[in-house]
Write a protein that binds this ligand. Structure first.
Ligand code: GLU
Length: 428
């Protein structure tokens, strides 16, 4: 049975690169009906933090990558020590005493190491440049390469899928597999992800998965984007449901070349998902954002009204957070008018036009979309005005902005009272 693992170190948040590695492991397990093991590599007791463990688990769940098993390396020190002891006894490793304690070191025998990488094909390593490998540091903790091999063998991992920043570790790990008499897994190294300014860094907060969540990206959109970073379903398709990707995925088709992380493309992808997302679900995601801004109160949520507004904006949203920004005028009593927009569209005195329009609105038998539009069209015709001569100023007066949903929808959902109050401000 296929067994893969994702092995993050909890010394920071889950970042884009880690999310991509987790995705491809999870995807491979799904595609092969295998198991996805999560291994927290918390051997560095100073830099590993519980808050990062929590954040990594939370982000993986948010992305939808549920694991079948979870292990913590910090609970397995006994096992690493035992294995190191065996290598010592067989003469393959030696001890080195320092004032901090005793380290155990593997004696490297020069050899040529070959792997058949599932993505990159044959890779030949010359181990003559590899120095003897520390297995257990003088403080008693295991090194990454050693703990990784002991665990991959103990956890019966069949495929090691990880970023190609680990490629130089692979020959060192293969030597350790051989020294301990363990069967080798298959290896697959995922291509590098480049940022706009060179390499994406684990330590720069902006690349954390949780930051994208907070910025208002939907998990399926981010997953789809991560997928495209290193794989394509073919036929120029870009938007693909993860369950469909599971069916089409073959690790051999993963790109060999570096991928560029492009925020504009991610924005585009997010819009694709926001557009087709169920408004009810969007409402659930937006309510906390609207509460945070004090636009709505817990005990006073008009869900149907909110759903109507969501439908008005949904097509254009790039991030969830656009909604409270763009739709603020539907929630605020006092709107903020963009000074430039005011200067451009409201510096001329439109008292007469606004007054007439208000009179027509008030005279409507029924305050509905169709009647609002008809009243407006008739008025501009009678006044012999161009539509835009009135549409832009009214929009700015009602919303504070120059762009937004259709004006008649804006008037309808604001309602007569608020429309009146806002237009009257510009009637002298
Ligand atoms: N803890 C390592 C990392 O986060 C794991 C590398 C591997 O998958 O072997 O980079």
């Amino acid at each position: 049975m296929v067994r893969v693992r994702f092995a993050p170190s909890p010394t920071g948040n889950l970042h884009i690169g880690g999310g991509r590695t987790a995705l491809f492991n999870w995807l491979y397990a799904q595609a092969k009906g295998g198991k996805f093991v999560l291994r927290i590599e918390d051997t560095d007791q100073v830099r590993s933090k519980q808050e990062f463990v929590d954040e990594i688990l939370f982000s993986l769940k948010w992305l939808g990558f549920n694991w079948d098993e979870v292990e913590f390396q910090s609970k397995r020190f006994e096992l690493y020590r035992e294995q190191a002891q065996k290598l010592l006894s067989s003469g393959k490793a030696y001890e080195e005493k320092t004032d901090k304690g005793t380290a155990i070191i593997y004696k490297v025998t020069p050899q040529t190491i070959k792997i058949n990488d599932l993505i990159r094909g044959e890779i030949v390593f010359d181990s003559s440049t590899i120095k003897d490998q520390v297995l257990i540091k003088s403080d008693g903790t295991p090194t990454y390469n050693f703990a990784c091999v002991v665990d991959d063998a103990a956890m019966q991992i069949t495929h090691v899928i990880r970023g190609d920043d680990h490629i130089s570790n692979t020959p060192k790990q293969i030597m350790l597999y051989q020294a301990m008499g363990f069967a080798l897994p298959e290896f697959a190294h995922l291509p590098l992800i480049m940022g706009t300014e060179g390499r994406l860094s684990k330590r720069t907060g902006a690349t954390a998965i949780s930051d994208y969540r907070k910025m208002g990206y939907l998990a399926p959109a981010l997953v789809n984007y991560l997928l495209l970073l290193s794989w394509s379903p073919g036929e120029n398709r870009e938007v693909i449901d993860i369950q469909e990707a599971v069916k089409l995925f073959d690790i051999k088709d993963v790109n060999k070349t570096a991928a560029a992380f492009d925020l504009k493309k991610l924005d585009w992808m997010n819009n694709q998902y926001l557009k087709k997302e169920d408004p009810e679900k969007l409402a659930d995601l937006l309510i906390p954002l609207l509460k945070e801004k004090n636009y709505i109160q817990e005990n006073n949520i008009d869900r149907n009204y909110l759903l109507s507004l969501i439908k008005l904006f949904r097509e254009r949203l790039t991030r969830l957070n656009d909604f409270p920004d763009w739709a603020d005028f539907f929630f605020l009593e006092e709107i903020v008018i963009d000074p430039k927009a005011q200067e451009k569209f409201l510096s001329k005195d439109l008292s007469k036009e606004f007054r007439l329009f208000l009179q027509r609105l008030e005279a409507l038998k029924e305050f509905n979309l169709e009647n609002i539009e008809e009243a407006f069209r008739k008025l501009v015709q009678e006044l012999n005005l161009e539509t835009k001569a009135l549409i832009h100023p009214i929009r700015v007066a009602l919303t504070g902005k120059t762009v937004g949903p259709g004006l008649f929808e804006v008037i309808y959902y604001l309602g007569l009272a608020r429309t009146k109050k806002r237009l009257e401000k510009f009637i002298k």
